[in-house]
Design a protein around this ligand. Structure first.
Ligand code: GDD
Ligand code: MN
Length: 372
């Protein structure tokens, strides 16, 4: 990526910098953020793109109200979708400027360092990370628990991958638009860790710079980061470790499947212990395990397309049907492999893997109707 950076000439209508702000329930932060950006970016031609996942608090109206009088303020309203990473990707891909920044809406990131980040890009960097973990940076606004989680995630990813920045978990960064255009097809829409994904996807020859900032406390609204973010994060690492061959969703689906196996064995044990026959035990265990898998996948793996209320009933029935056919495939493939190799465990694993892939692909499109 060595093309020169295009810089607009006076009179051009394109901005120099597009700022992407993912939002979910951030109504009260919109106006203060726009005011702060305008103050910090004096002398730079900019636009800001809010990417809102149809927040029930009317965040988008707050953006449109300002946008009606200021063409630099744009909004993307995403319906039927949820997710920080996906929102950031869509925003970045809609940017007009050759340089794009991502910043949180809640005023926790320090917008006054944006001009310094832009200067780094103009000096040759392709990606600039706003870091809390280098000299001059700070994250004292974090609770002890959040701080420990953030450190743990950073250390874990550094153990498995070569990462050339002190803060790969940062939600505050700037990059050349051509970097994101190149990486986009291989990025995951799921999860919070968009910067980490970009780093792991863009390879080792991308030029990275850092600008320290101090992470401040949230003023309005509340954080959306929860334990699911940690689960998605582990999924992202495993997905990237497979060279992107398996998606975060498949990793989660597989992990749930392994848990389901334990539930199956536990149920079987209980029924047998209570004097039931093996056929009864195995039947009960299969139903309990399938129900368990459905509920946990609905809660975790497909949280962004979760079925709720009565829609769970047809969902569960379809899941039974998919898994039933998957079991037939599992036994069929397993028997064939056993016949060919005479190794019971190879046959067992092969059958289960085929069954899991079948269940995943079919439930993805028939039960949860997900596109990714
Ligand atoms: N569109 C959209 N969809 N936006 C979202 C969603 C979503 O599902 N979830 C969160 N956001 C937006 C929030 O509205 C906010 O502007 C921003 O993403 C960050 O969300 P927070 O809930 O405030 O996250 P945090 O403060 O706990 O963590 C942030 O800072 C960390 C440190 O830089 C995130 O940016 C983390 O990724 C980052 O590690
Ligand atoms: Mn925040």
């Amino acid at each position: 990526m060595n093309q020169p950076l295009i810089v607009a000439r006076p009179g051009d209508l394109v901005p120099d910098l597009s700022i992407v702000v993912p939002t979910f329930r951030e109504r009260d932060n919109v106006a203060p953020l726009v005011a702060r950006l305008a103050a910090a970016l004096d002398g730079i031609r900019w636009e800001v793109i809010f990417v809102d996942d149809d927040s029930p608090d009317g965040t988008i109206d707050a953006v449109r109200q300002i946008g009606a009088r200021d063409g630099r303020v744009r909004a993307i309203r995403r319906v039927g979708r949820r997710g920080l990473a996906g929102a950031c990707i869509e925003g970045m891909l809609s940017a007009q400027a050759p340089v794009v920044a991502v910043i949180d809406a809640d005023l926790q990131h320090d917008e006054t360092v944006l001009p310094r980040m832009l200067a780094q890009i103009r000096a040759g960097a392709e990606l600039v990370v706003g870091t809390r973990y280098a000299a001059g940076g700070e994250a004292s606004a974090f609770s002890a628990r959040r701080s420990a989680m953030s450190r743990f995630a950073t250390d874990l990813s550094k153990k498995f991958f070569t990462i050339r920045t002190s803060d790969p978990m940062s939600g505050f960064f700037m990059l050349r638009r051509d970097v994101i255009e190149a990486a986009a097809p291989r990025l995951s829409n799921q999860g919070f860790k968009i910067l980490l994904d970009i780093l792991l996807t863009s390879g080792s020859d991308i030029r990275i710079a850092e600008v320290p900032y101090s992470f401040s406390a949230r003023q309005h609204g509340e954080s959306k980061l929860d334990n699911q973010v940690l689960v998605d994060f582990v999924g992202l690492l495993l997905s990237k470790a497979s060279g992107g061959l398996i998606s975060i969703r498949f990793v989660l689906f597989g992990l749930v499947g392994v848990l389901g196996l334990f539930v199956h064995l536990l149920t079987l044990r209980i029924v047998l212990g209570a004097g039931g026959s093996f056929v009864l035990g195995q039947t009960a265990a299969t139903i309990v395990a399938m129900t368990f898998n459905f509920v946990v996948n609905n809660f975790l793996t497909y949280r962004d397309q979760r079925l709720t209320g009565w829609a769970m009933v047809p969902g569960l029935l379809k899941f039974y049907a998919v898994c039933g056919l998957g079991a037939v495939g599992n036994v069929g493939v397993g028997s064939w492999v056993f016949h060919e190799t005479a190794r019971w465990w190879v046959a067992g694993v092969a059958g289960s893997v085929v069954g899991a892939i079948w269940n995943y692909l079919l439930s993805r499109s028939f039960v949860w109707k997900s596109k990714a």
